[in-house]
Write a protein that binds this ligand. Structure first.
Ligand code: URA
Length: 437
């Protein structure tokens, strides 16, 4: 005999009530078991979308989703700390960050996903390295964490299965964009991974899930509150995603850029964000006295990258895939490049073959975009602005259509947000705010 009827739980939320701890624990578990039907959970998700959940309900909902599966026990000798990004265009930060923070003394378990839509997936990027393997057993994850300190691999099926089922349902019932549902979805997976500290990179801007800074701040606060409620030290950085991060968007091109950063080069914004996130992670891990900039400059981050890639069967020195076709987009007039819109560039890279429209589709490892100029720069007519990389040249017209309106060269005037994109050598001021519990 079930302790509740789904219809009563739905009615309570529909009428703006608070769900009790017992109702939440039951409804999430019963949905995972198939006792609560898809249409009942769809109605409840819509009621939550419209009526919301308070912080305590959201924390409990997250707990119920964690309890739906296994929780990794990270018994390793170093302090564990993880990072999660809400996703953006050109966001390859995990690649330099995980080995860098490991080289500083922490253990970084990065259970990652594949790309869907205009934002790329970390696993797709790493799979462009010949031989590299994303699927690891729990024993392999623990061994690599102990031996190397960093592991980036596919999340195991057993983590938060309620979220996998609910996320697929939200996707087809227009209930994705709800802060309590997004926050509980992200945190259930991250907390189930078992790391003691968590730094969140919450992106704001056209290329992000959250288009405005206010929405991103609201999500960041909800995420940090859930972390605190579950005893996971959590900090969130709000970061700019109005224009692509770095100069590379795609798979192999992003790996190459990440390696540049680890070897002491790379675009200033990628270096800046890597170091900002590393500092927060080290603070949460109790290693706040270690300076990640020094470790980066010493080459130890790059050495750890090579060991991390080799541990998963990859060859860090292998040549990365090169595209069969390159199309150059030039400036049509002399002037100021006032906009290079992240969403437009992300969709264009996706259409070139870097991403997938459906789960399970293959991606082209060589596909993507190299940005040859940055917003805020003066450009001359005929100057190359972007390189479009693809193995399928018939994809170029669709990519160009996606870029329409996303690249703006104005013959007078200033960038739309002066100072944001033209920061000095240190970067473009990519971190907007820090939110701590
Ligand atoms: N990412 C997630 O993992 N869950 C959401 O609900 C949205 C983005």
């Amino acid at each position: 005999m079930e302790p509740f009827a789904a219809v009563d739980v739905i009615r309570a939320k529909r009428d703006s009530g608070r769900l009790t701890d017992e109702q939440i624990a039951w409804v999430v578990d019963a949905y995972t078991r198939g006792v609560v039907a898809e249409e009942q959970m769809a109605a409840l998700a819509m009621a939550i979308f419209l009526r919301g959940m308070d912080a305590a309900e959201t924390a409990r909902w997250t707990g119920a989703m964690i309890d739906s599966g296994e929780r990794l026990e990270l018994r390793v000798s170093r302090p564990t700390v993880d990072k999660h990004s809400t996703g953006g265009v050109g966001d390859k930060i995990t690649l330099p960050l995980a080995p860098l923070v490991a080289a500083c003394g922490a253990a970084v378990p990065q259970l990652s996903g594949r790309g869907l839509g205009h934002t790329g997936g970390t696993l797709d990027k790493l799979e462009s390295i010949p031989g590299w393997r994303a699927e690891l057993s729990t024993a392999e994850i623990l061994k690599q964490l102990e031996d190397v300190g960093a592991v980036v691999c596919a999340a195991t099926e057993g983590l938060a299965p309620a979220d996998r089922k609910l996320y697929a349902l939200r996707d087809v019932t227009s209930t994705v964009e709800s802060i309590p549902l997004i926050a509980s979805s992200i945190m259930s997976k991250k907390i189930a991974e078992g790391s003691a500290g968590l730094v969140l990179d919450v992106k704001a801007g056209s290329g992000a899930f959250m288009k405005t800074r206010d929405q991103a701040r609201e999500l960041a606060r909800a995420l940090v509150e859930i972390g605190a409620a579950h005893g996971v030290a959590t900090t969130a950085l709000l970061t700019d995603m109005s224009t692509p991060l770095g100069n590379a968007v795609g798979n192999a091109v992003e790996v190459a850029e990440a390696v540049d950063v680890l070897r002491g080069g790379g675009p200033p914004d990628v270096v800046e964000l890597t170091l900002a996130l590393a500092r927060e992670m080290l603070t949460l891990a109790g290693l706040g006295e270690v300076d990640p900039a020094e470790v980066l400059a010493s080459g130890r981050g790059y050495e750890t990258w090579c060991r991390m890639i080799r541990a998963q069967g990859g060859d860090p020195e292998a040549t990365l895939p090169v595209p069969a076709h390159v199309h150059v987009v030039e400036a049509e007039l002399d002037g100021l490049l006032s906009t290079m819109d992240a969403y437009a560039v992300g969709v264009a890279a996706w259409r070139l073959g870097a991403g997938r429209a459906r789960r399970g589709e293959r991606v082209q490892y060589a596909a993507g975009i190299r940005c040859l100029a940055r917003p805020g720069e003066r450009v001359a007519r005929g100057q190359p602005l972007l390189e479009l990389h693809t193995d399928t040249p018939d994809a170029v017209p669709a990519a160009l259509a996606a870029l329409d309106g996303g690249l703006v060269v104005s013959d007078s005037g200033e960038p739309e947000d002066p100072g944001k994109h033209d920061a000095p050598a240190g970067g473009r001021g990519i971190v907007l705010e820090t939110i701590r519990s």
